[in-house]
Design a protein around this ligand. Structure first.
Ligand code: ZN
Length: 287
């Protein structure tokens, strides 16, 4: 947010502002997901596991590489905060900022969730999204953002001076600690910026502040992913519910979220392999 300028504009200010923008990371050379393969494979899905996230809690779930998973709305409109880890190395996590730089502020079918440095590779690919009809609304809002960081007790303390324990950050910590048999402090370092599943968000036109509005999600809606590597997922049913008003409190109506894990017929994935670790040498120019 920028306040009233303290410095005069130069004579060529208008010309400078008129320079056309360039996309920072054109994705023409990005390895493309084989969507035809995924579309064929998803016709042969067999449900192998179901996990429910209780309202204002989080769950962990396992998705082997080459499997699909869905996050499904049940009972009522509810936003979910999603973390992804390499199941074999918790240091490789979903990288929200780089995913945003590559695919834009909100993701849907065909976009990928990229992992942190130095692995930086696709962790999951979105293969179906029943909310893809929403597009962009008149406020510049859309669903499934990779902007928000997750609601957390520290920001809540700064803004409201309240000790609240069921923010998505804490929910994910408790779920990961229970999953791995580690302490909350040990788990906290692995909890990272999320994908906001079903959340409807954008930036205000004047101040460019992050906004949220009631999610259009309804029971039966789902977003589906293909696991590119062995995944451990964490999903928090946000205390904001549909995020139409507030979060970080017990006031909003909250509902569970369902995670479904599917396998596909073995012969459907012939020719597919898990993405390799990033190819950069990691010398960083060191002599
Ligand atoms: Zn939240």
């Amino acid at each position: 947010m920028k306040y009233k300028p303290e410095n005069p504009a130069p004579a060529n200010a208008d010309a400078l502002r008129k320079i056309a923008p360039t996309v920072c990371y054109p994705i023409d050379t990005l390895p493309k997901p084989d969507m035809a393969l995924y579309r064929a494979a998803r016709k042969t899905l067999t449900l192998v596991d179901t996990v429910i996230t209780a309202p204002r809690e989080a769950c962990c779930f396992h998705v082997p590489a080459g499997h699909f998973f869905r996050i499904v709305s049940v009972e009522g409109p509810q936003v979910g905060d999603l973390n992804l880890w390499n199941a074999n190395d918790l240091n490789e996590t979903f990288y929200s900022g780089k995913t945003r730089a590559l695919h834009g502020t909100h993701i849907s079918t065909g976009d990928r969730m990229w992992s942190s440095f130095p692995a930086m590779r696709p962790m999951a690919t979105v293969t179906y999204d029943t909310l893809d009809w929403y597009g962009w609304d008149e406020y510049g809002g859309s669903v499934h953002d990779v902007i928000g960081t997750r609601c957390d007790p520290y920001t809540n303390d700064v803004l409201n001076g309240v000790d609240y324990h069921h923010c998505c950050h804490s929910n994910l910590i408790r779920a990961l600690a229970a999953e791995r048999g580690i302490s909350p402090n040990e788990a906290e370092v692995f909890v990272h910026d999320v994908m906001n599943v079903f959340m409807c968000t954008g930036f205000t036109p004047d101040t460019k502040q992050y906004f949220m509005k009631a999610s259009p999600v309804r029971p039966g809606d789902y977003i589906e992913f293909f696991a590119e590597i062995d995944l451990l997922g964490g999903l928090s049913a946000c205390p904001g519910g549909d995020c139409s008003s507030g979060h970080s409190s017990d006031t909003a109506a909250c509902y569970p979220l369902k995670v479904e894990i599917f396998r596909t017929d073995d012969d459907m994935l012939k020719g597919w392999q898990s993405p390799a670790l990033n190819g950069y040498s990691r010398s960083h120019g060191w002599p």
